[in-house]
Design a protein around this ligand. Structure first.
Ligand SMILES: Cc1cc2nc3c(=O)[nH]c(=O)nc-3n(C[C@H](O)[C@H](O)[C@H](O)COP(=O)(O)O)c2cc1C
Ligand code: SF4
Length: 449
């Protein structure tokens, strides 16, 4: 593959000297012109463009955006809502916050085009409670847009009215799960709902059809409306179209946000050429490619990946193109685009104990396997790092995780089980050797029970 060059759609202006998050600056850079043109087109045409674009959601599951919009129940006679998921609670993910801070009008424009396309008259941006600064920026930006007749009544002099509100969450990981988010938006505890029947497209906010999309996804909608679905689909790779923001954190020389065509950069290129490689004297050991819930990859492991021509190739971690399908074929996921890098200084048992503490804290508690299992995984891994490891602990941890995945109301069950399953499977040597190992004081980041 040739040396990677960033392709910036979402970050086209972000980080440009003098680029500010206010309406005047956004308009000087062509802001809201795409929306003006979109409002002159029939809504169904815009839905078609999004379908043609092949856009997949950037919030975690990579679900087709066009298909999601098509599934909306338009015959019920109930209002249709748009909810922008700005919860961004997946550890290792920090792109939505950056978009909100640097370019809030891009999100508002994408959201308003989505509202027009789907006949939405009321939309909400649900922002995580720990992002008060982002919430204030959004509130200011919406007020500016409303004053300029870009949001609210008779937008741009048309007969179409649509209001947009910011709703601040109280701060819980599970508020990012779309049905938990909807419950929270309704003023209740964020207990995820059972699907079926509570598919948001049919029974969402206030039991009405609701579209829930991620911040980055909705920014892409603006670019699809601008370029056209076919042209957008030529960016990236088949079935993995458009650009993607990768948030790289952990043990690399240049962590940060990088936007590339989806699938046109490999993990090795990103970590070595873009992020400057490992820290001096260190080697890469493991990487979590799509937020902390994605299964960990161990440097040195090999995967059999089907190529475009149908042949199979054996690829190492560094050879994997960063797209949804390749990462799924490697047994993990592209998820939220949060890439967490660990070098050979990391004790994998401690790293897992840290993750398990997070998941046990964030389980909403509705399902017994998740509520009890996440707590057990936390207790076992914390006991291990605090000097009480037993030879069978790795196996025990995996056993608990296996009893959670696939047995819960929402995908948090998988999110909390996958780290344990993959850490134990891939670093079994460290888990097995732990009870015999010399007990070093654990890292401060590992909480005691
Ligand atoms: C436990 C859990 C946490 C989630 N957190 C987020 C989040 O913080 N932000 C987000 O956009 N999606 C999150 N999701 C995914 C949402 O449920 C939903 O699929 C997404 O917002 C849909 O948007 P998209 O199709 O544009 O990706 C989470 C899912 C689960 C199971
Ligand atoms: S899987 Fe966990 S977070 Fe999801 S509903 Fe059940 S208990 Fe709550």
């Amino acid at each position: 593959m040739p040396a990677p060059v960033q392709r910036r759609l979402i970050f086209a202006h972000i980080d440009e000297p003098g680029y500010t998050p206010d309406l005047a600056c956004y308009r000087r850079h062509g802001g809201y012109e795409v929306m003006k043109r979109a409002f002159a087109r029939p809504p169904a045409e815009l839905i078609d463009e999004v379908k043609k674009s092949g856009l997949r959601g950037r919030g975690g599951a990579g679900f087709s955006c066009g298909l999601k919009w098509t599934l909306v129940d338009r015959k019920s006679g109930k209002p249709i809502y748009l909810v922008v998921n700005a919860d961004e609670s997946e550890p290792g993910t920090f792109k939505d916050r950056y978009i909100i801070h640097q370019d809030p009008h891009q999100l508002i424009e994408g959201a308003m085009i989505t509202c027009w396309a789907n006949n939405v008259q009321q939309a909400y941006i649900y922002i995580r409670g720990e992002f008060p600064h982002g919430a204030r920026i959004l509130e200011k930006a919406i007020a500016e847009a409303r004053a300029a007749n870009l949001v609210g009544k008779n937008i741009l002099g048309t007969a179409y009215s649509c209001d947009l509100f910011v709703h601040r969450g109280a701060g819980a990981y599970i508020c990012g799960e779309e049905t938990g988010l909807i419950e929270s938006l309704e003023g209740k505890r964020p207990y995820p709902r059972i699907k079926p029947p509570y598919f948001p497209a049919v029974l969402g906010l206030y039991q009405c059809p609701t579209i829930v999309n991620n911040v980055e996804t909705l920014c892409h909608v603006k670019h699809i409306a601008d370029l056209g679905g076919d042209a957008y689909a030529r960016i990236g790779t088949p079935n993995n179209t458009g650009t993607r923001i990768y948030c790289v954190s952990g043990h690399v020389q240049r962590p940060g946000y990088y936007e590339f065509e989806c699938g046109k950069i490999t993990m090795g290129q990103l970590l070595h050429e873009v992020c400057g490689g490992p820290l001096p004297g260190r080697k890469f050991k493991a990487v979590i490619p799509g937020g902390s819930s994605a299964k960990v990859l161990r440097f040195g492991e090999k995967f059999n990946i089907k190529q475009k021509d149908g042949s199979m190739s054996e690829l190492g971690v560094e050879d994997l193109p960063l797209d949804f399908d390749t990462l799924a074929a490697a047994g993990t996921m592209g998820g939220s685009g949060g890439i967490i890098v660990m070098d050979d200084s990391v004790n994998m048992v401690e790293a897992l104990a840290n993750l398990n503490a997070f998941y046990a804290h964030e389980s909403c508690g509705q399902c017994t396997p998740c509520r009890e299992g996440s707590l057990w995984m936390k207790k076992i891994s914390a006991r291990m790092v605090h000097g009480g490891a037993r030879p069978q602990d790795g196996e025990l941890l995996k056993n608990v995780a296996d009893q959670i995945a696939g047995r819960t109301i929402c995908a948090f069950g998988e999110a909390c089980a996958w780290p344990t399953q993959s850490f134990v499977q891939k670093f079994g040597d460290e888990f097995a050797g732990y009870s015999a190992a010399k007990k070093e004081p654990p890292a401060e980041s590992v909480p005691l029970i």
